[in-house]
Design a protein around this ligand. Structure first.
Ligand SMILES: Nc1ncnc2c1ncn2[C@@H]1O[C@H](COP(=O)(O)OP(=O)(O)OP(=O)(O)O)[C@@H](O)[C@H]1O
Length: 335
């Protein structure tokens, strides 16, 4: 993937410092939706905000856009308050909710919103970039969910924002539309636009974002290069052709689980190198294949590392859980 490189030493284009925000739970209690989150986003960086339902992604995004204010902590966007940055067109958004007028055509909608900006990108250009040209004359109410998302994307591009924030942008799109959407977004990122997107789709983070911020119960539990978030979960799958005895298995280093299928056996391990070395030098195992854990597997391991009280005890970065502590199943990792 050919992404713009970012300078980690430059001042972040968005700075989130110790931000918290809660809501009444309707039962006399209080839900802390975002809990002391500190994050910086560099110019030109593409970041996935990944987390299950209720993790706090939308609440955080709403605050980045000045739609709601932190209860405590500060947010600076492009050197100014979020609301000012939005007003000045420095940050554009594609939100989960937000009304489009069903009786206007696609092109009328883009023209109407363009008229609200003193300076905006040419209407034809954003329609082309967002892929609206084929259905420009269609009424918004007759557009599919994916087409409406593309329209919202076009509207977000109008002020030529340096930062684009997308809250689950591919909801309602089929696989083809999703793929096409990300191709367009990737092209946009390659022009140097900072992109922050919330997603439940682990493969979207894996394929598109160089950086992944993993949220769970309002907190950031992992943050780093997407590949590193996977590595933090410390898991890889090692498959070999082998018929081990019980003694062979007992001698293996650092195995989390083993699954036999035909003449092959697949191990889940936190140290693929050590296991591979042992298998190839000290056993008769052969035809080895090592596959890193998918982000989904990493996600499950990392979110399981947070205790029920939300504390992970490691400065916001959950340590991988020891194999014996891992529950057999998890929920809420994906839809
Ligand atoms: N306006 C609100 N009033 C009351 N509770 C709210 C409100 N907005 C969010 N919450 C609660 O805050 C928590 C975080 O919600 P949020 O929508 O930010 O999570 P999310 O990660 O975006 O989830 P999803 O992926 O389902 O959109 C949830 O428990 C949610 O019920």
């Amino acid at each position: 993937m050919n992404m713009i490189s970012t300078d980690r030493n430059a001042a972040p284009v968005i700075e989130v410092r110790e931000v918290s925000r809660g809501f009444p739970d309707g039962d006399g209690g209080w839900i802390t939706a975002v809990d002391r989150v500190t994050l910086g986003f560099q110019s030109g960086e593409v970041t996935a905000l990944l987390g299950p339902n209720g993790a706090g992604k939308t609440t955080l995004i709403d605050m980045l856009l000045g739609l709601s204010a932190p209860e405590s902590g500060t947010i600076v966007v492009a050197g100014t308050a979020p609301r000012t940055a939005v007003r000045e067109g420095r940050i554009g958004a594609l939100l989960q909710t937000g009304g489009l007028l069903p009786d206007l055509t696609v092109k009328e909608t883009v023209r109407m919103i363009a008229a609200l900006y003193r300076d905006h990108a040419p209407v034809e250009e954003v329609m082309e970039t967002a892929g609206l040209t084929d259905f420009a004359a269609r009424r918004v109410g007759k557009c599919s969910g994916g087409q409406q998302q593309r329209l919202k994307f076009a509207l977000a591009l109008l002020p030529r924002p340096a930062i684009i924030v997308l809250d689950e942008p591919t909801t309602g799109m089929d696989v083809t539309a999703r793929h096409e959407f990300w191709e367009r977004m990737r092209a946009q990122a390659e022009t140097g636009t900072t992109v922050i997107f919330a997603t439940h789709y682990l493969e979207e983070a894996e394929q598109f974002a160089r950086r992944t911020v993993l949220m769970h119960r309002g907190r950031v539990i992992a943050d780093g290069p997407t590949a590193e978030v996977q590595r933090k979960a410390g898991a890889a799958n090692v498959t070999v052709t082998w018929s081990p005895t019980e003694d062979d298995l007992a001698a293996l280093p650092r195995i989390a689980s083993a699954e036999r299928r035909g003449g092959q056996i697949t191990f889940r391990t936190e140290d693929a190198d050590a296991l591979a070395r042992h298998l190839l030098t000290a056993t008769t195992a052969h035809s080895i294949a090592v596959r890193p854990a998918s982000l989904e597997e990493a996600f499950m391991l990392l979110t399981d590392g947070v205790r029920a009280d939300g504390q992970d005890g490691a400065d916001g970065v959950a340590a991988p859980v020891a194999p014996a502590e891992r529950p057999a199943t998890t929920e809420g990792a994906s839809r």
